[in-house]
Design a protein around this ligand. Structure first.
Ligand SMILES: Nc1ncnc2c1ncn2[C@@H]1O[C@H](COP(=O)(O)OP(=O)(O)OP(=O)(O)O)[C@@H](O)[C@H]1O
Ligand SMILES: [Mg+2]
Length: 717
């Protein structure tokens, strides 16, 4: 079979044997079927995507490779540049666009969604769409994007979906098979490097399981002790006795134990940026030093080069200071408060085995290829927007799974830090727990409605909505309701003739009516909302009836081009903005109010914005109120946010301020400022390329971009 010839050629590029699941996936693709590969962290799913690229290029066809995060896209792009000539490889994210027509283009999932809506012909010569980290479909806010690209992917191409282990792979696969083309699940369960779990019980490390796979006897005892201590503590509190918070285990002590047992390098997960920084500082204060002289030299040289190339780094905040002190000693922190340039430095030093311990927030768990020998989990629960909650099994395995480097370690280790509130039993629950299923987060937006209306009439739109995963799950539920209904109908038939059960008959009939209504609702869970959004768009003149169809007005075309949460609001603000009377930087400041997401309450000081800008802010509030009112009338709950707090920083930065000047006006961290500015630049790029917008408007936006996209804000590829 010459099918296998290409697999053989592909294999030649590696100095290791491919795993059975990797070959099975390649064969499936050659047979023209899509694949859903689910395998644990670090098991080599990327090889399957690499095969797809190899095969497509061999046939002179193209591949689109999507990832959920810019950092991942950048990393993938760099990897590809090492394998293929630069002109064959491209990268498109909200940040930048390099070679967008190349044979292999890496992009964020949102970018692909836009292509599918606005330029579907781009897909004509695409053979494979890779969906890396496909389990992101479970993300509350962004999951809908994954559903949309699967719904709209043309059927001539195959999907290469790569996912962490999930509970309902078959459900997902059946759905995709039913709306796209046939997909096969390739499930691989074993980890390439086995993982052993330990519990740090205050003074030392205990293996969680004994040889028989049961909880270690010493930990059983420890758990008993914890229980009675906890009880005592509660009693003391209730009787008004002064109690001390139970001591937390210092990170330094854990690291010493790991070093002794040769369990470094380690990623030490701590779910708060501040606590990551504090852990680093306290290790430094205690004089910890994990590197040799030669290693120090290498690290210091790398740092010096980076600082020489980016002098503004010297102006960044206290997190940077302790990081730069820690790195030569093999210690680092990694979190979103740091500028991307420094996060990247930590990653590359860790990959070179020069950094031995990284205190990291969860951001590090998502797909970046940065394996360690050991992962430490400091807390089995975390604070979220909706209160404190225990980690999910998926979150836990995603983090612990970073341990055990293929080809370097024979085993990986996961250490769970013990405490009164984190017993060995709780650890076992997470280690042995069931994976979470993927749910549907399909959400309608104005942007989606406009793009659907542009390409079809209501009947076709209806079909598209019917193809969502949300509808698929709802249909499955309907099968159960139908079965129940059938039972009730039979029961009704049987007792119809007996006169004494009149009230029971009435009861059955009303139940049947209820089911009937429920089925009607579930048949088209999105249509009602779709119609409501359509009415709002018509009210604001974004669409016009045109015979049986809707036609997008120029303002509608503009709105269809915006991918941001406030899509309609942004276009309404554009509509009423007299752009001739604002400078490019002022325009940027104005639009920042519609994309900025503050992490917490910020001080309000708008004095850096001109009076005219501040006046216009009031208009923005009125426009938002109008829209909110119309939405409420239609019972639509799409969020609308207006935040002025970032605008002064945009004005300062756009007018050439130094990095350190910004922080006289904000309590944001360096990393947050970069993130917010990049988000704004992403929007400005969308506005600048908006087809239906007036040239004068676009010109001003175009001028604003380079004023903001400079120095530490600039992205790294
Ligand atoms: N068959 C193999 N034999 C040996 N090493 C392999 C094999 N396949 C892949 N690897 C190596 O395993 C490492 C991890 O692979 P990869 O990044 O593809 O994992 P992944 O499954 O995508 O994990 P994640 O869930 O973290 O994204 C890579 O360094 C890769 O080179
Ligand atoms: Mg991967």
């Amino acid at each position: 079979m010459n099918d296998h010839a290409i697999i053989e050629r592909f294999k030649d590029g590696f100095d290791f044997e491919l795993d059975a699941f990797q070959i099975e996936a390649a064969e499936t693709l050659l047979n023209g079927r899509s694949v859903l590969v689910t395998a644990p962290t670090g098991s080599g799913k990327t090889i399957v995507a690499e095969f797809a690229i190899f095969d497509a290029l061999d046939r002179n066809l193209q591949v689109i490779y999507t990832t959920p995060l810019k950092a991942l896209s950048n990393q993938k792009y760099r990897d590809l540049l090492e394998q293929y000539p630069a002109e064959r490889v491209g990268l498109v994210t909200g940040d930048q666009s390099i070679n967008p027509q190349a044979d292999v283009v890496v992009m964020t999932t949102e970018v692909l969604r836009n292509i599918l809506y606005q330029n579907p012909r781009r897909m004509d010569s695409v053979l494979y769409v890779v969906i890396d980290e496909c389990h992101y479909m479970n993300d509350m806010d962004r999951g809908t994007v994954w559903e949309e690209i699967i719904i709209h992917a043309p059927s001539h191409l195959c999907l290469v979906a790569l996912s962490a282990t999930i509970a309902n792979a078959d459900e997902l696969c059946n759905w995709i098979s039913s709306i796209h083309n046939e997909m096969k699940i390739i499930e691989h369960l074993e980890r390439p490097v086995p993982l052993r779990h330990f519990y740090f019980g205050g003074e030392k490390l205990y293996p969680v399981f004994n040889k028989k796979g049961r909880l270690d006897a010493r930990l059983e005892k420890l758990a008993e002790k914890q229980k009675s201590l906890k009880k005592q503590l509660h009693q003391d509190r209730r009787s008004g006795k002064k109690t001390r918070k139970p001591d937390l285990i210092p990170e330094g002590r854990v690291i010493e134990a790991l070093e002794k047992k040769q369990m470094l390098p380690a990623i030490y997960f701590i779910f708060s940026r501040k606590n990551c920084d504090d852990a680093l500082s306290s290790c430094l204060d205690s004089g910890m030093d994990l590197t040799s002289k030669d290693e120090k030299k290498l690290i210091e040289a790398t740092i010096k080069q980076l600082l020489d190339e980016n002098p503004s780094l010297k102006e960044t905040g206290p997190s940077t200071e302790s990081l730069l002190l820690g790195l030569p000693k093999g210690l680092a922190a990694h979190h979103a408060g740091l500028v991307p340039l420094l996060r990247h430095l930590v990653e590359s030093l860790f990959q070179r085995n020069l950094v031995k311990v990284v205190f990291a927030t969860e951001t590090l768990a998502a797909g970046i290829n940065m394996p360690a020998r050991t992962t430490v989990i400091s807390s089995l629960s975390k604070r979220t927007d909706v209160g404190h909650r225990v980690l999910t099994v998926n979150e836990f395995t995603q983090m612990t799974g970073r341990a055990g480097r293929r080809g370097m370690d024979t085993e990986g280790y996961c250490v769970i830090i013990g405490s009164l509130y984190q017993s060995p039993y709780q650890a076992v629950e997470l280690i042995q727990g069931d994976y979470d299923p993927i749910a549907s987060h399909f959400t309608l937006s104005y942007n989606m409605v406009l793009n659907l209306l542009r390409n079809g009439e209501r009947k076709e739109v209806r079909e598209v909505l019917q193809r969502s995963f949300g509808q698929y799950l709802s249909n499955k539920e309907m099968i159960n309701i139908n079965l129940l209904m059938e039972q009730k109908r039979l029961a009704l038939e049987q007792i119809k003739s007996s006169p004494e059960s009149k009230s029971y008959i009435r009861h059955l009939r009303s139940q049947l009516r209820g089911f009937g209504k429920q089925i009607k609702r579930q048949q088209e869970i999105y249509l009602k909302e779709f119609d409501a959004l359509t009415r709002v768009l018509q009210y604001f003149g974004r669409i016009k009836p045109d015979g049986k169809h809707w036609r997008l007005t120029p303002l509608g075309e503009m709105t269809a081009h915006i991918r941001a949460q406030n899509d309609l609001l942004i276009s309404l603000v554009m509509e009423s903005l007299d752009y001739n009377s604002f400078t490019p930087v002022e325009m940027a400041a104005i639009f920042s109010t519609l994309v900025f997401e503050p992490r917490r309450y910020m001080e309000h000081d708008l004095s850096q914005c001109s009076k005219k800008v501040r006046e216009f802010f009031k208009d923005i509030l009125h426009i938002a109120d109008d829209l909110r009112y119309v939405q409420e009338e239609e019972n639509i709950h799409l969020p609308l946010t207006v935040e002025f707090d970032f605008a002064p920083l945009v004005v300062l930065w756009g007018n050439g301020a130094r990095w350190s000047t910004l922080f006289k006006f904000t309590n944001m961290t360096d990393g947050d400022v970069v993130r917010a500015m990049r988000q704004l630049i992403d929007l400005l790029r969308q506005l600048e390329t908006m087809p239906a917008a007036p040239e004068e408007f676009r010109k001003k936006i175009r001028e604003a971009i380079p004023l903001l996209d400079r120095d530490l804000i600039q992205s790294i590829a």
